[in-house]
Design a protein around this ligand. Structure first.
Ligand code: NAI
Length: 398
């Protein structure tokens, strides 16, 4: 019998419970089904589909709106008993199995979304097997590296401040420690690298390739998840390297809007709320902001996990009647997080946190830790332990 161990290094999860991942996908499907159906897109391509926001999008649109989906992600399968692969690998499988049971198409591409080949393979599939053009393209990729498909050069993103160093508290979930960290300002090379990896260039390349191949439906929509935050995290997020990359996505949205004009298409930046994901857990200081924010939002009844937030975005806003846009035309489901009372209470709470009290009832460390664990299939609601062998896991097909 395989033993699943939660192995954490810093704020990076290395262990995985494949059966827990499956249960979490089923939990998220139940969440959406309990909300009922809504009229939405029918043929969806999700780039970065295997975890958190991308996976939640796929679940919401498949089980809420009955969409056929193509998911592109970069994940690893099991090799042996010590190396079981990544959570997203099992999420992809659990999603496909559940969607196919409902008669939906659920095609997984596990490959480097940044390459030209990857885009061409997806295009060939849409042309020959998907049964129709795509009416929604969701860009939900988060990565630390990107190889430019034309030059072959590999770029690395850096989550850094601009100009001045930033000093503040951070949390290490491996040691359950609260400590003071200094974030150095980025070099020119790090700024350029972050723009290349997390900016909008690859989103634009995808949309150009899809348009050129004539696989986009008239009226196609493409969404891209951004984050703006507030003064509480601006020095290291919105005002740092990641903020520049997000601003680049705003610019690329304009280019894509022009590209799609003749097919009545639209590029939509969606400013999403702060949630616990693999990508956000490694943003310096951000976990401290999250445990303050989550505590306040839980008390107000506004705290959301990715599936709750994403389902609200598509059901109520994009395909519903409750959309809120800002002056730049961005969709703003993050208004609950940015609510002035929520921010004031979060600020007051964070200022009181220290080594002794950060993991007490004062803040929401336990919730952050649970949400972080769930990402790898641990601490999952409704999970029942079962026996599974490495051979059985290896036999699963994505
Ligand atoms: P995540 O780390 O959970 O998911 C990233 C996805 O990208 C995974 O499916 C992964 O397999 C895929 N991926 C990474 N490299 C790839 C590659 N080379 N080829 C194909 N797939 C690849 O990230 P998360 O947090 O869901 O982020 C998605 C987007 O949402 C990002 O743009 C992020 O900035 C944005 N966002 C996140 C917020 C947060 O608090 N987590 C808040 C607001 C926006």
């Amino acid at each position: 019998m395989l033993e699943f161990k939660q192995n954490i290094r810093g704020n990076v999860a290395l262990g995985v419970n494949p059966l827990g991942c499956k249960q979490e996908v089923l939990n998220e499907i139940d969440y959406v089904k309990n909300k009922g159906t809504f009229a939405g897109p029918k043929k969806v391509l999700i780039i970065g589909a295997s975890s958190s926001y991308g996976l939640a999008t796929r679940i919401s649109l498949a089980f809420g709106a009955g969409a056929d989906t193509i998911g592109v992600s970069f994940e690893k399968g099991p090799k042996n008993e010590r190396n079981l692969g990544t959570a997203g690998w099992y999420n992809n499988i659990a999603f496909r199995e559940a969607a196919e049971k409902e008669g939906l198409i659920a095609k997984n591409f596990v490959q480097d979304a940044f390459s030209h080949e990857s885009k061409q393979e997806v295009i060939e599939y849409i042309k020959n097997e998907f049964g129709g053009k795509v009416d929604l393209v969701v860009y939900s990729l988060a990565s630390g590296r990107r190889t430019d498909p034309d030059t072959g050069e590999t770029y690395t993103s850096a989550i850094k401040a601009l100009g001045e160093p930033v000093v503040g508290p951070n949390i290490n979930m491996q040691n359950q420690d609260f400590y003071i960290e200094t974030l150095e300002p980025a070099t020119e090379e790090e700024i350029a690298g972050t723009l290349k990896v997390m900016g909008g260039e690859d989103w634009q390349l995808w949309m150009e390739a899809l348009k050129e191949a004539d696989v986009l439906a008239d009226g196609v929509l493409t969404t891209n998840y951004s984050y703006l935050g507030t003064e509480l995290n601006r020095p290291y997020y919105g005002g740092g390297t990641l903020g520049l990359a997000k601003a680049d996505c705003d610019e690329k949205a304009k280019t894509i809007n022009a590209l799609l004009a003749d097919i009545n298409g639209k590029a939509q930046i969606v400013v999403a709320t702060a949630v616990t994901t693999k990508a956000s857990s490694v943003i310096p200081f951000f976990p401290v902001y999250c445990i303050g924010l989550y505590k306040v939002m839980t008390e107000k009844g506004t705290h959301e996990t990715p599936i709750m937030h994403i389902d609200r975005i598509y059901r109520d806003m994009v395909y519903g009647t409750k959309a809120e846009y800002d002056e730049a035309g961005r969709l703003r489901p993050d208004s609950w997080e940015l609510d002035s009372d929520t921010q004031a209470k979060t600020k007051a709470l964070i200022e009181q946190l220290n080594k002794e009290n950060f993991n007490t009832d004062m803040a929401a460390y336990d919730l952050l830790y649970k949400e972080f664990s769930v990402l790898s299939g641990f601490m999952v609601d409704n999970y029942v332990e079962q026996d599974v062998t490495i051979e059985e896991l290896k036999a699963l097909e994505y």
